[in-house]
Design a protein around this ligand. Structure first.
Ligand code: ZN
Length: 438
């Protein structure tokens, strides 16, 4: 079945829509478990057909255990006048994410051990977590800290760490084949935009677009808490793993940096070739990097027991820009135009994946006569054939069942679209047959 070229059905102002979704999700205090994650999925579920999964605390997932559920209502540090000098209500970054509850009056020195600032950026609040060792803390601007001169402070974190669930969201869009493309993003960070709401918004809009488009592959799009989410999904869905033909982890797609594609552990998977090809055709200093066992959920998908063809698409990678994991990763840091461009790159990758196939020339002994089939102009003698005619010749010559259309585009230096259109025309003329069943 011919899928044709995927259209990007988004409106002209798609960038603005992506930014609006990020702005809507921004205030929610998310974590790896809890109601903030659920509320995020509830809002995404208004856009796409999202199934919410709840995995009980204590469930064994390979070497890990699904942790307790964290929820928070309020948190503050009050000075002797009763004024909140640190207030969760002002920014959810003020509380170390996953902090255990506390109610105490502490000396400044006792409190100091639980305070985190960024002296090199004295106006920014850092983002810190304490997922897997129970503790508590506050993050604040360094300037705030310099003003805290009282001897004693009232400290309250009104949170709960209780048995509950790990929640994740899954969109499954069936294609004509049961082979799957896995697209994932982590959705466990509180009020931070590039990391992780840019990936969340783009994954949601990809799902929305693919929902209304005919596609060859089935698409499974996961909104998961980082690390424990992908480990949990893999542990509970090992039966689905063999169907994953390609995968992409989306993160950090709203900043102004060039694109970065991180290869799969295999290094030569089709997704690596496709992403490299798409990025190579874009202006700017875009980068393709080799796999490293650090970063996002590709670490789990590419662990040796799975070794899945899952790469990662970002703009500026984690830890390589100063605003990373700080309050400066805000709604101004991610721009609509940048988000729209990232979305378009994702759609281009999907489009090439969908249309990249291997064919067999059914008339391989000398060139078939194209003119009598209306595929080639009748008057000869031009110095060079047209691009479309060159594409026909390249596809016929290379299609021996071992070469896919992307190989042909790269070898011929013709655009992938020209090669794909040539293959379509040759197939319709009966000169080419697909090697695959779907
Ligand atoms: Zn992060």
């Amino acid at each position: 079945m011919d899928t044709g070229k995927l259209e990007s059905p988004g409106p002209e102002n798609l960038g603005a829509e992506l930014h609006r979704l990020i702005a809507e999700l921004f205030p929610i205090c998310r974590s790896i478990t809890g109601d903030g994650f659920r509320e995020t999925l509830r809002r995404l579920g208004e856009l796409v057909p999202l199934k919410v999964h709840e995995v009980p605390t204590g469930t064994r997932v390979f070497d890990w255990v699904v942790p307790r559920e964290w929820n928070i209502r309020d948190a503050y540090v009050k000075d002797r006048t009763g004024r909140r000098v640190i207030d969760f209500g002002q920014s959810n970054l003020h509380v170390v994410n996953y902090s255990a509850p506390i109610r105490a009056t502490l000396t400044r020195a006792e409190l100091q051990e639980h305070l985190f600032t960024l002296p090199e950026h004295p106006e920014w609040i850092p983002y810190r977590t304490s997922y897997y060792n129970e503790s508590w803390g506050f993050c604040l601007t360094h300037n705030q800290l310099l003003q805290m001169k009282d001897e004693r402070y009232e400290v309250v974190i009104d949170s709960t760490l209780e048995d509950g669930h790990l929640t994740y969201g899954e969109v499954f869009l069936e294609g004509t084949s049961n082979e799957e493309v896995l697209i994932t993003c982590h959705a466990c960070h509180p009020s931070l935009c590039n990391d992780n709401l840019s990936g969340v918004a783009i994954a949601a809009y990809l799902a929305r677009a693919l929902r209304w488009t005919r596609h060859r592959f089935s698409y499974r799009i996961l909104f998961i808490p980082g690390t424990i989410g992908s480990i949990t999904w893999l542990a509970l869905n090992e039966d689905k793993v063999p169907r994953i033909r390609h995968g992409l982890v989306l993160a950090l797609l709203g900043d102004a940096g060039p694109f970065t594609y991180k290869r799969t552990r295999r290094g030569n998977a089709e997704i690596d070739r496709v992403a490299g090809y798409v990025l190579g055709g874009l202006p700017g200093e875009n980068r393709v990097r080799d796999f490293t066992p650090y970063g996002y959920d590709e670490r789990q998908f590419c662990s040796p027991g799975f070794n899945l063809p899952v790469g990662s698409l970002m703009r500026t990678p984690n830890g390589e820009y100063p605003e990373y994991h700080t309050s400066a990763d805000d709604l101004d840091f991610v721009k609509p135009g940048q988000l729209a461009k990232s979305y378009a790159v994702c759609m281009s990758i999907v489009d090439v994946l969908e249309n990249n196939r291997k064919y067999v020339n059914v008339n391989p002994k000398c060139e078939p006569q194209l003119g009598k089939r209306g595929l080639y102009r009748s008057s000869g003698g031009d110095a060079m054939p047209r691009e479309s005619e060159m594409a026909l010749l390249w596809v016929l010559n290379q299609s021996d069942g071992t070469t896919d259309l992307l190989d042909i585009a790269e070898r011929s230096r013709l655009p992938f679209d020209a090669v794909r259109l040539a293959a379509d025309a040759l197939r319709e003329s009966g000169l080419l047959e697909t090697c695959e069943k779907h």
